[in-house]
Ligand binder design. Structure first.
Ligand code: CA
Length: 238
């Protein structure tokens, strides 16, 4: 596993290096100290995941993330000193997989990266799976709606996959969060559902496929599905 850290603060980079050295020595860490260099290294160094600081000397981490997402779906963990909801939502909206607020605990960083790595390497998602007009393509981020190709982020794909598997039964928020982040993270679900609706619904403000069960969770509904049930899905176990 190779991880690219894009961070101008050498002290933070050293802390991250030390964390891996002690807790996960198999990981190779490569560094970029500016945004532009980081974007270049996503292509040249071929990392498996990216740790990205928001406050960089040349361009902001948000802009770096936006540009990375134009050509790559690699997992990105944002490092931020801010802990305001708006900043976190902005990072998630631009396609960040997760975020950590500085100062963070070393073990927490390792746990987040391990969770991402598990998801990357788990054969849990059946690429052949389809439901109604939707089926996943050979590339893990490609979804087809009839013949139209839709590009999903890694997180969006996982959420949609779990909801489709439970077609006609709702999946509770806690279950979605646990499946994907290993913890409860309602805001992250909400942002990703909004993006999915914008991508797959004809009218995102009046969703037909991705339905919210207020206070409970979400449900994927395809109309030819068997009877719709308001009891939670049983086949998704944490
Ligand atoms: Ca910085």
């Amino acid at each position: 596993m190779k991880i690219l850290i894009i961070e101008d603060n050498t002290q933070t980079t050293e802390v991250v290096k030390l964390a891996f050295k002690l807790g996960w020595p198999d990981v190779r860490l490569v560094e970029a100290n500016s945004g532009e260099k980081g974007i270049e290294m996503v292509e040249t160094a071929k990392p498996d995941a990216i740790i990205l600081d928001i406050g960089l000397p040349d361009i902001s981490g948000y802009e770096v993330l936006r540009q990375i997402r134009l050509f790559s779906e690699l997992p990105v963990i944002m490092l931020t000193v801010r802990n305001e909801e708006g900043d976190i939502i902005k990072a998630l909206s631009l396609g960040a997989d997760d975020y950590l607020v500085k100062p963070f605990r070393q073990m927490e960083l390792l746990a987040r990266i391990k969770a991402i790595s598990r998801r990357l390497h788990s054969p849990e998602i059946d690429l052949e799976f389809g439901c109604g007009p939707f089926h996943f393509g050979q590339s893990i981020t490609k979804l087809y709606k009839d013949d139209m190709s839709i590009r999903l982020t890694n997180i969006e794909r996982q959420i949609l996959y779990h909801l489709m598997r439970a077609n006609g039964r709702y999946v509770c928020n806690e279950m979605i969060a646990q499946k994907i982040w290993g913890e409860n993270a309602y805001e992250r679900i909400r942002v990703n559902i909004r993006h999915l609706r914008e991508k797959i619904e004809d009218d995102p403000s009046n969703p037909r496929y991705l339905v919210n069960i207020p206070g409970k969770g979400y449900m994927f509904i395809y109309q030819d599905a068997p009877k719709i049930s308001l009891s939670p899905s049983q086949d998704i176990t944490p």
